[in-house]
Design a protein around this ligand. Structure first.
Ligand SMILES: [Zn+2]
Length: 624
């Protein structure tokens, strides 16, 4: 893999991005005041509630709540991964994405020649197919139309040991690229009579370019057209190609651009091509591997429904069982994971060819939900007629169910399993998750004492909190302050060093977060909301920040935002004092020490209030 993208580049890129231009190239925007609006591309609506702010470089939909930065938009709308979104945004600005050295020996930019080489070779293969009678005949026999051949850029590698090498490997650098792409193989022993140290990997095969979600050719899959072994041959793992990650056909699925609701995962590229040709244009294939956790994460970024399709034979059942194991951690409420087993001897390619799309999709409707597949597969491994068998069943199920995140989905799954062994679900839950409920209980009680005694001891007594912070007035103030900073990042500069120190000293997590935010911005000012949000992308607080960025701040300008922020921080700094004050007041019967403390607190509070509101100082009528 290429190295990491430097954070400084991402930061610079976000600062320079033009979200109006970017979104405008995909959605029709109308100017409305200082902002732009449109009908939301993420939900169905007739009156526009989708807004794009050039000042904040942020979009927000008041209808469905979708919101984000330019990078976020590319990820949501174009369904790109974060690095892919960066590549896309950079290429719009004519920038090359630098990569940090390390991890791999190869450094910045070294993958570009490989993408180029793969594309040139793919185009060459595609140009051979229509002109080779045998290949043409084979494609016809397999039922591939010329539209499908074009859509998938299917080609042909002639039966030659060095056709690709001769055409594309004339220079040393090109031979290195061919070799790095896995298109040619180095001979183990160099025969003095042969001039070439290399030979072509793919010979006499129908060639399927494997493309990434942006359409770049990463690798190839080749199907032998006559006899010969192996029947299917893929590119090896290269700098570009990681077979446990890629899904064949995903680019083509996304090209069709109809609303994507589900994905069908099959085993071969021929299956994918034939399914698309029949109108099942949401089929993808794993590439000679089992379905990996990474595949599943990618799938669920795109859709909430996936059907895994397997041959009915033993190999197919084994593959399905592995897919189930990897799917469980991704199972949750609102997601559908189903399994379709085809009749023995049939594959999707042949089946959809003979029975057509409608009949095939009927099979999909009748596929087994994950829970049913799990129940029936376990039942095959244990005899439910006896108590021993049922216990064995429970033991087999346990490690699988623990993979599922706690929640509604897991509860339902447990209910279903309990039903099949005729045990109350509560009992099964106890059997399996005894220790889990215990620790959940512990977790709750530890949250109550979130402030460790040792830490508050290091603070002046009147600043130390003795109560849990949640629900206190401080939370609203932190939210207000963070909202101001998110909308107007430049106001961070208006906070004084003394105020920052006050925030830093508190043990309230919210105030600490506000401190981090302000401190970072004072050291490195952000040009707008989007740049700030992108810097916090990997932090858990970012979701809340994005939501705040989407909320309206009517009639507020930068100057009044700065005043509001400073006043919120002053109040926040006073919070622990106020709380201790209230606590002592409520207590009534005070010791001498406590009485002295209360007096001191009153002075602090009075000073702070008169400072915040100078005109009212000294006059009791002005105070509230
Ligand atoms: Zn919307």
């Amino acid at each position: 893999m290429a190295g990491r993208i430097p954070q400084s580049f991402i930061d610079d890129l976000t600062a320079r991005a033009d979200i109006v231009e970017l979104i405008g190239s995909r959605v029709e925007l109308k100017k409305a005041g200082r902002e732009y609006r449109a009908c939301c591309p993420f939900h169905n609506e007739k009156t526009p509630s989708f807004w794009v702010s050039p000042v904040k470089q942020f979009y927000h939909c008041f209808g469905c709540g979708a919101h984000g930065t330019a990078l976020g938009f590319l990820m949501e709308y174009d369904k790109l991964s974060f690095p892919e979104a960066i590549e896309e945004l950079a290429s719009r600005l004519g920038l090359d994405v630098p990569r940090e050295a390390g991890g791999q020996a190869d450094t910045a930019g070294s993958t570009t020649p490989l993408y180029d080489m793969n594309l040139r070779v793919a185009k060459y293969f595609a140009s051979v197919l229509p002109n080779d009678a045998r290949a043409r005949e084979y494609a016809k026999k397999r039922g591939l139309t010329s539209q499908t051949i074009d859509k998938f850029m299917i080609g042909f590698a002639t039966n030659s040991w060095n056709e690709v090498l001769k055409r594309f490997g004339t220079k040393d650098a090109d031979r290195k690229a061919l070799s790095d792409c896995g298109l040619i193989i180095e001979r183990e022993r160099t025969d003095s009579r042969t001039l070439d140290r290399h030979y072509d990997r793919f010979r006499d095969r129908l060639m399927f370019p494997i493309r990434d979600s942006r359409g770049r050719v990463l690798a190839f899959g080749g199907r032998i057209i006559d006899q010969g072994e192996p029947k299917y041959l893929n590119s090896p793992e290269t700098m570009l190609f990681h077979k446990g990650r890629e899904l064949y056909g995903l680019y083509e699925v996304r090209q069709s651009r109809s609303a994507l609701k589900r994905l069908l995962v099959v085993e071969g590229y021929m299956d994918v091509a034939r399914l698309h040709q029949a109108g099942v244009n949401y089929a993808v294939a794993t590439l000679g591997t089992a379905t990996t956790p990474e595949h599943l994460r990618r799938i669920f970024k795109l859709v909430n429904e996936v059907v895994f399709c397997f041959d009915g034979d033993r190999a197919g059942r084994a593959a399905a069982w592995r897919a189930l194991g990897n799917a469980l951690p991704e199972a949750r409420d609102g997601r559908q994971i189903r399994f379709l087993f085809l009749p023995e001897g049939q594959d999707p390619d042949s089946l959809v060819g003979t029975e057509g799309r409608e009949a095939f999709e009927k099979r999909l409707e009748g596929s087994l939900p994950l829970s049913e597949y799990l129940v029936s597969a376990l039942a095959e491994q244990a005899d439910l007629g006896h108590a021993d068998g049922r216990a064995q069943y429970a033991e087999l199920a346990r490690p699988l169910v623990t993979k599922v995140a706690p929640g509604v989905y897991r509860d339902l799954l447990i209910e279903r399993l309990a039903e099949s062994i005729k045990l109350p679900a509560v009992r099964l839950n106890q059997l399996w998750f005894n220790e889990v409920t215990d620790s959940a209980g512990n977790h709750l009680s530890s949250a109550e004492s979130a402030v460790p005694a040792g830490r508050s001891g290091s603070l002046p007594s009147h600043l130390a909190s003795r109560r849990p912070r949640d629900g206190g007035g401080g939370k609203g103030l932190v939210t207000k302050a963070v909202k101001l900073v998110v909308h107007f990042p430049s106001v961070a500069a208006k906070v004084s060093g003394a105020q920052l120190t006050q925030l830093e000293m508190t043990d309230d997590p919210g105030s600490r977060f506000l401190f981090d935010l302000l401190d970072q911005l004072q050291q490195e000012p952000a040009a707008h909301t989007a740049q700030l949000l992108e810097r916090w992308r990997d932090r858990p607080e970012v979701a809340r920040m994005r939501a705040l960025a989407g909320e309206e701040m009517l009639g507020l300008d930068e100057a009044s935002a700065a005043l509001d922020l400073v006043s919120a921080i002053e109040k926040l700094a006073l919070e622990p004092t106020m709380r201790r004050h209230d606590e002592l007041m409520a207590k009534g019967d005070l010791t001498d020490d406590e009485r002295a403390e209360l007096k001191e607190l009153n002075v602090v509070i009075h000073m702070a209030k008169s400072k915040a509101n100078p005109s009212a100082s000294g006059s009791s009528a002005g105070g509230r």
